[in-house]
Design a protein around this ligand. Structure first.
Ligand SMILES: *Cc1c(COP(=O)(O)O)cnc(C)c1O
Length: 369
């Protein structure tokens, strides 16, 4: 006999934490057979010879054994690849999402606060909430700029244990100025994590700055540079910080295939770097073409995506999002988040042909001038 639905609901209500029940699950829309310009993936695969080298490497693995818990070879190779000194350590996560979780767990004393800007990467807020930490944010203005003085005032008031700065920021695509990030670091009462998920498309980095401050860590991911399927992110910072966070990491979080695949990627890094360069060139071209469409304002981007805002006189962002979906093109509708994202859409830079199909699709949905 099946248990009554009501009884399950009752058990959940009495047992599951209130803040967990209140969370909406992270929704990933179906995308089979669509032109996928919604998730900041690299549109390019690996050339055939590299795929062959990768498969040969995978064939040697012993999946009956647990992975190397410290990913030693990957650790050493990436440490060299990034030119780090022995004072700087590395930690791997199952995507940088897992690292966000480890960081919040590490500082989550009773009443600890996590702080960032708004809008920004939603996982900071979500993970803080599901770990029971308070989350607060300071809004960006209509041009996605931050009033750094207000941010510093709020930090002094809120005393966050942890501040996340996405650099460049998602979903807006812009980056704060280096000087503004340094001001935040120097005024922060706690740890500042610079999230460089889009580092491959940006001009600057804070990796070297982790040596100069006691409270700065940098987080990166292999996802946006072409390996979203691997789930591999990493944290860079002073060895003593890394040792503390590492205690919270589950021993086998990076599986054998991911470790081996990332080593192949690092051995052939110029291929990924060249793809990133191509994406940056295509970003400039796509931005130019988008700006020529009627009623479209294009925001500057230092990442592999572009945010546009539609003029109120034309179709809404939701209309355009649905219209593109109907012809097989998936982008991200930011409109529902409201505020400075009202009537905004986020478009991942795709391949040249995907970008031109997107432009054609958009032109068909927007009124002609
Ligand atoms: C995509 C993204 C991440 C998450 O990366 P994963 O390594 O795939 O978990 C982290 N931060 C920002 C700002 C992102 O946009």
């Amino acid at each position: 006999m099946a248990v009554a639905f009501n009884a399950v609901e009752q058990a959940i209500d009495s047992l599951v934490r209130t803040e967990v029940r209140a969370i909406n699950a992270y929704h990933v829309p179906p995308s089979t057979n669509m032109i996928k310009l919604d998730a900041m993936e690299n549109p390019y695969g690996w050339p055939d010879d590299l795929r062959q080298a990768w498969l040969a490497k995978l064939a040697e693995l012993s999946l009956n054994r647990y992975p190397d818990p410290s990913a030693t070879e990957l650790h050493q190779t990436l440490h060299r690849h990034l030119n780090l000194t022995s004072a700087t350590g590395l930690l791997f996560g199952n995507g940088s999402d897992e690292i966000i979780q480890l960081l919040i767990m590490a500082v989550n004393k009773p009443d600890a606060k996590v702080m960032s800007i708004a809008p920004t990467f939603v996982m900071y807020d979500m993970i803080a909430r599901f770990l029971g930490a308070d989350y607060c944010s300071v809004p960006l203005d209509e041009s996605f700029q931050l009033d750094v003085d207000s941010f510093i005032t709020a930090m002094i008031e809120q005393q966050p244990a942890l501040v996340f700065i996405a650099y460049p920021n998602n979903p807006t695509g812009n980056a704060l100025s280096r000087q503004d990030v340094i001001r935040i670091i120097e005024a922060a009462p706690g740890l500042v994590v610079v999230d460089e998920a889009y580092h491959a498309f940006a001009e600057d980095s804070f990796v070297q700055d982790t040596c100069a401050y006691p409270n700065v860590l940098v987080m990166r991911t292999f996802s946006k540079v072409g390996l979203a399927g691997l789930r591999l992110g990493y944290l860079v910072g002073p060895v003593a910080w890394i040792e503390q966070i590492d205690k919270l990491r589950l021993p086998y979080n990076i599986n054998t295939m991911t470790q081996a695949s990332a080593l192949v990627a690092l051995a052939h890094w110029p291929i990924l770097a060249e793809q990133a360069l191509q994406i940056c060139q295509d970003r400039a071209e796509l931005a130019k073409q988008l700006a020529e469409l009627p009623g479209v304002a294009v925001y500057p981007s230092a990442a592999n995506f572009i945010v546009i805002r539609l003029d109120l006189a034309g179709p809404t962002a939701t209309d355009v999002f649905e219209g593109l979906k109907a012809v097989g093109i998936l982008i991200k509708n930011l409109s529902g988040q409201g505020g400075v994202l009202a009537n905004c859409l986020r478009i991942t830079v795709g391949s040249i042909s995907e970008n031109s199909q997107l432009l054609k699709g958009l032109a068909a949905l927007l009124p002609s001038r």
